[in-house]
Ligand binder design. Structure first.
Ligand code: SF4
Length: 359
C-alpha cells in the first residue's frame, strides 16, 4: 500500500486544547499502512474485527500468554514539559510532589518485590524532559542493579541524544519507552514544549543503539477517529515497528488540561487494541493506563483483541492500577497465564514501557 494524506477528521465531538498552534510539518506515513487502511479496519463490524485480530494473534503468539510488567517512578514530578495528560508536569496543579531520583537500594527493593510478585521486567520512569549526562550515569547504576536481580530492564526518561542511548545500552538496558502519544496532526493540541519529530528522533537513537523499542500512545484525549488511525499508522510504519506497543486510555487527572476530556467509548478502545494487533502482529500489545476504569468485561475483550501484556502492580507512575490480587483473579477467571519467564526474540519477544505518563 502506498502512503496517503490524512482525510479530514470525521464528525465527532472533539475538545481541542489549542495549547500551541504552530504549523508543524507532519511526517506522512511511509510504510505499507495508510491511514485510510487503518481507518477501514477501525470501522469494521466489531465481531469481524475481533475475529481477525484473534486470528492474527494466534498465528504469532501462544494463546493465553500474558506478560506482566511492573513500573516504578524513580524520579517523580516537577517536569518542565506540558503534556496535557500528565500529572507530573510542573505547571499543572495536580498535587503531585516532586521528588529527586531514587537511590539504588530503594529501587532494588522495589524491583525484588516486583519479581517476587511475578513480574519479568521492570520499567523505571523518570519525569525529565531530557536527562543530562550525569542523570544517565545514575540511571545506568539503577539498570545494572535491576539486571543483577535477573529482571529485564526498561526505562523511560524523556528525549535522548544518541550518545546517551548508547550509554544506556552499555549499562545493559533492554527496552526504552518513548510514546508517540497521538497522531502528528493532533500532537500540538496535547503538548507544545516539543515537536513530534523530537519523539521520532529519540526513537531512532534508541534503535541505532540496539535497544528494543516500546512505543505507543494514548486515546481518549479528545482526538478524532482519524487521529487514532494516524497514531497506529505512525507506529506500524516505523522500521521496524516497536517490539512493544502500549495502548493507554487517558486517566483524567484533575488539574491537567485534559481532565475534562470526553471518555472514549470502551468498545472504541477495544478496537484500537485489535488494530494494533493486526498491524503489528509480532509486537507485545500492552493494555496500559486506564485499566482501573475499564472493568473486567472490557479488559477481557482487550485480551480477545490481542492484548498480551499488562502493567502489574498497584501504581502506574502516579495514577492507580488494579491491585495485584485483582489481576491474579482476573487472569485466573479468564484462563490466562501470567508470563513469568524472560524471553527476548526478534519475533516480538518482550517489552516494557511506561504507560500514560512519561516517555
Ligand atoms: S509525560 Fe513525561 S515529559 Fe510529559 S510532562 Fe509528564 S513526565 Fe514530563
Amino acid at each position: 500500500m502506498s502512503s496517503t494524506t490524512l482525510a479530514a477528521p470525521a464528525a465527532q465531538p472533539v475538545q481541542p486544547l489549542h495549547l500551541h498552534r504552530r504549523a508543524t510539518p507532519v511526517p506522512a506515513p511511509q510504510g505499507p499502512w495508510t491511514v485510510n487502511a487503518i481507518q477501514a479496519l477501525l470501522d469494521k463490524p466489531l465481531m469481524d474485527l475481533l475475529f481477525e485480530a484473534q486470528t492474527v494473534h494466534r498465528q504469532h503468539w501462544p494463546a493465553g500468554d500474558i506478560e506482566l510488567a511492573t513500573l516504578l517512578s524513580v524520579k517523580t514530578g516537577g517536569c518542565p514539559e506540558n503534556c496535557g495528560y500528565c500529572p507530573q508536569a510542573a505547571e499543572f496543579d495536580t498535587g503531585v510532589k516532586a521528588d529527586k531520583l531514587m537511590e539504588v537500594d530503594e529501587v532494588v527493593r522495589a524491583a525484588q518485590a516486583a519479581k517476587d510478585a511475578g513480574a519479568t521486567r521492570f520499567c523505571m520512569g523518570a519525569a525529565w524532559r531530557a536527562p543530562k549526562d550525569r542523570d544517565i550515569e545514575k540511571v545506568s547504576a539503577l539498570i545494572g542493579a535491576v539486571k543483577g536481580l535477573g529482571l529485564q530492564t526498561c526505562a523511560t526518561l524523556g528525549m535522548l541524544e544518541s550518545h546517551q542511548a548508547q550509554a544506556l545500552k552499555d549499562a545493559g538496558l533492554d527496552y526504552y519507552n518513548h510514546n508517540l502519544d497521538t497522531a502528528p496532526e493532533y500532537y500540538t493540541d496535547v503538548v507544545s514544549t516539543r515537536a513530534y519529530q523530537d519523539r521520532l528522533d529519540t526513537l531512532q537513537h534508541v534503535r541505532s543503539a540496539g535497544i528494543s523499542v516500546c512505543c505507543g500512545g494514548i486515546v481518549g484525549m479528545g482526538e478524532a477517529p482519524v487521529h487514532r488511525a494516524g497514531l497506529i499508522a505512525q507506529l506500524a510504519n516505523l522500521q521496524p515497528y516497536p517490539e512493544s506497543v502500549p495502548i493507554n486510555s487517558l486517566v483524567r487527572v484533575p488539574g491537567t488540561p485534559l481532565a475534562d476530556s470526553e471518555p472514549i467509548d470502551p468498545l472504541d478502545f477495544v478496537r484500537m487494541i485489535a488494530v494494533a494487533r493486526i498491524t503489528m502482529p509480532k509486537a507485545r500489545v500492552r493494555l496500559s493506563a486506564g485499566r482501573q476504569q475499564m472493568g473486567e468485561a472490557v479488559q477481557a475483550l482487550c485480551f480477545l483483541a490481542g492484548a498480551n501484556s499488562i502493567f502489574y502492580g498497584d501504581k502506574l507512575l502516579v495514577t492507580g492500577n488494579p491491585d495485584v490480587e485483582a489481576d491474579v483473579q482476573l487472569l485466573a477467571k479468564l484462563g490466562l497465564n501470567g508470563h513469568r519467564t524472560t524471553t527476548t526474540t526478534s519475533e516480538g519477544g518482550a517489552v516494557e514501557s511506561a504507560a500514560g505518563a512519561c516517555g
